[in-house]
Design a protein. Sequence first.
Lengths: 460, 228
Amino acid sequence: MRTYTRLLDVFDRAESGPMIEESQWDMNLVPKTVARLLAEYDIKMKPVNETVVLQDDALADRLFAAGLQMAQELGVYCSSTSRRIIFSRDEILNALEVAPVEVTLGDGNDRHTERKRKVEDSLFPTIKGGGVGTPLPEDLYLPITQSYVQEPLIDAVINCTLESVYGREIRSRSPWEILAGWHEVELSKAAAKRAGRPGIPLGVIENAVSELGELSATSYGGASLNDWHHIAMISEFKTDYMAMAKLAHLIRTGAIIHSFYNTIYGGSCGGGDGMALAIVGGCILLQMVYMTNTHSVSPAHPFYGNNTTPEIMQAIGLAQQALARNTRLLTDVVLTPVSGPGTKTLLYETAAESITATVSGACGLIGPRSGAGVNNGHVSGLEARFNAEVARAASGMSRKDGDVLVRKLIALYKPILEQRPKGLPFNEVYDVTTIKPLPEWLQMYEQVKNELREMGLPLH
Amino acid sequence: MTVSGEAVHRLQQELTAAIDEADIQRGVALARDALSQGISPLDLIQDVIRPVMKDFGEAFARLDIFLPELMGASVVVKAMQSQVLEPAIRQSGGNSVNQGTVVIGTCQGDIHDIGKNMVSLMLQVNGFKVIDLGTNVSPQTFLDTARREEADIIALSSLLTPSLPYMKDLLKRLEGLGERDRYMVIAGGAALSEEYSKRAGFDGYSEDAITAVEICKNLMKQRKGAQA
């Protein structure tokens, strides 16, 4: 592959780059670099009560320039060696120039090609439905996954995690993690077959906290190389040998790589402006270190775990615009609402973030990770169907029109964010035998769709 | 010497300004001046530093300020304590101003640390001595450090469900070695719920950095009450 030489550079530099203590990286170098670049490049977003979906192309372009500079100055910290993996500006520009503008995921008739989108693009974003690592009871893993696969508007599935494996507690970096990785693949593939889409691309291996789960379950009889395989960059801009062991395996097997970076609002990068900068710089660094096919971001609120607060959505939107306007990178947004299934607010939050990401040029929408992914079994396929419908309706919409809708939706859910409405578990919003939404949940979904139509969203 | 309300107010304003400007030397000079005017180190801590840091903590809880600003406040106050107040207290034969000693880390199997860093910092700005072990910390390392530092509290963080068994391993190890009563063990992070925490037998559970401080303060009150 054309990036293989960089793989060796990454490993070499992880063992030869400048050394720095992790606490200095976290508490000194990163925050100071972010603060300086925000000032140098004049990155200041408007108050969110004025605009959430920004429409300032010059600001988006300055944000990209600042992110590029940040990627060059900081590099990525390897916590296994306490060294910085650093790239020159030319190396970064060359890597961005050859980054893929499309990738075909999945197998057979169920393949789907994710493509580069522009700001306000009429091309539909790729819809990757699923609970994004939310823990599920073992006995419900298959039906819940099936509830996503069976949705025709969903192009790919993002797996959840297992609460247990064969009734036993899963322990990371142990034999149990290997069994959990295999079980995840078995159950999700079975769900795909049951729904008649055996080759649908699956986001895997969600149970691979360490390299063990990924290396074992991405092998003969396990996950397909055409599934989309995850590697994390830990906040802020950190990797380690566990992640790089996954990387070596995935590159040598030729698997599709999806990497992600989830910065924290109010953390080392500060507020919304710093978060937007971190997303841009982070996506560039994901490409540099992991040679990624697709990238995703899911910034998190420090107290609620979600990313549907107006400040965070504003940062996501601007960062997506910066990346869409200035790079070939295939960047996705993970929708992480705070509410759970069976609540109207889950649908309001999903719609707001779906519109923000779609009009801002995101290539794919992942999730929704309902209830911020922390409530066992509290996810369902219906919210992913809803996300797909909203994204399609918002494709081609202007940022200005999108902003009007998003601010109307925020007004509906912002007052309840602190309450974190957990909603209901899957088996109380779906019939677990027929895998159909129960009438109450379906009715709520229809009501919210009508409300969105009345607001002006052209939903079918 | 009793500090007048007016003097307290002025010192609080000066300290706030020193923190806002990230001016360590100004903070240190403020502490020296206060002591030279006859204000005791403990009064300065109690009446000036703690209320100001409480304000910063509350501003962080509202997200009016962010982690870098909180870190800046912590740096200024740490310099005041280490360069001026602690030497003065030692010289006068007084006791440490430490609210309690906390050994903190992200549990084995998990490498997420921003939430843990927030808790660590909030504890420090509230007067706790914190030994931060970083991420992917084994139960034995927590125990060895707690013994060496004579810790009061061990604080465990985890974002990922598969690292929870390692949290429980620490409790089992403490029980097995007859040291369970020696340390209070609290847990937090997205992987846990209060219910899980109670079932597992932790002494406290916190969803965020703000409540973690309150829990540690309450636990220290209980410990001091039990020792009295």
